[in-house]
Design a protein around this ligand. Sequence first.
Ligand code: ADP
Ligand code: MG
Length: 366
Amino acid sequence: MINSTPKTIFSSAAGRVNLIGEHTDYNGGFVLPIGIPQRTSVRLTPQNSRQVRIKSLNMKVDDGHFEYELGKERATKHWADYIQGVTAILAKEGFLLQGFDAEIQSDVPMGSGLSSSAALEVSLMRALREAFNLKLDDVSLARLGQKVENDFVGARVGIMDQMAASLADQEAALFLDTRNFVYERVALPKGCELLVINSGVSHQNAHGAPGANYNTRRSECESACAQLKIHELRDLGLEDLPKLDTLPEVIKRRARHVITENARVLAAVEIMKEAKPGAVEKLGKLFYESHVSQRDDYTVSVPEIDLLVELAIKDADVFGARLTGGGFGGSIVVLTKEGKAEAVGQRILQAYKLQGNKSHPTVLVP
Ligand code: ADP
Ligand code: MG
């Protein structure tokens, strides 16, 4: 029986910053996200009807409301697709819902590589789980969130963001093997802290520019697999790099990024776990190598991001920096000396301003 308690429910989910392991999750590989202080909150009141009325306080007033009937969800390339997608996918999976009113508010910046979309899906699903007593564990909830983006919204994202929104926190990074959903928490070594700068250049995973978007990169990886006759790029290690020589140049570069990036995640986790002297320097070096690979092989960076990364690594209190998230804009994550992140962030912003760039970066963490 459907629980129709008309009690208002509050739920939330955090954004995330991925420390390393970019574009590996839809290739069966490894990722290392950590929660950020910015969150998406939902206030939800179940209704005795099939009507859903939603409001996002992050949207302009005339675009901030949406109403539909359960069972009549239709994707329209609107932010409400993420909400309609949740109710459509839950119903498809056999979960019984009633109508509801929900208000959404978030301080996770949208399209900035910090996973506002997964924070939205996970916070809404948490509210629905409580409102309608859905039997959903945290991993299943994350997997349904991914289905929302893949099957309803039209963004062919991997599983990292939803797993991070559902399972990660700010205390330790979530080392996740996306092939089998095995995860463990790994803390940063002593002597460092994280800085996140939003470049102010935003992307849209679902509807990016033709040729230079998330879905194109995913297709390029599939093409590499088909030509190499393998299931996923995860099946290859560094020792297999010579095999890529048979591929067309662009596809070869995409595959090389994924293979070397997986190796960098494993190296980073080992460094973090061992926590030996010199760990932070080694970790910083991996961050920058990951950036170069994203910039040159995967070509998901933009000039504003490259400039921010270069300014960061020139700073004496920085161990490393890289583009984080899906790319084509978004944010950088910087590994700084402990207690220095705030000051480093301000120095980077100042230096960036002096170069006369159009975008307006902001420091998000700490
Ligand atoms: P990211 O997840 O990196 O922030 P995406 O392109 O995956 O970027 O998702 C951003 C989209 O998610 C926005 O364009 C919007 O449609 C939707 N979204 C995220 N947060 C909100 C919110 N608080 N209110 C309304 N829509 C949201
Ligand atoms: Mg997203």
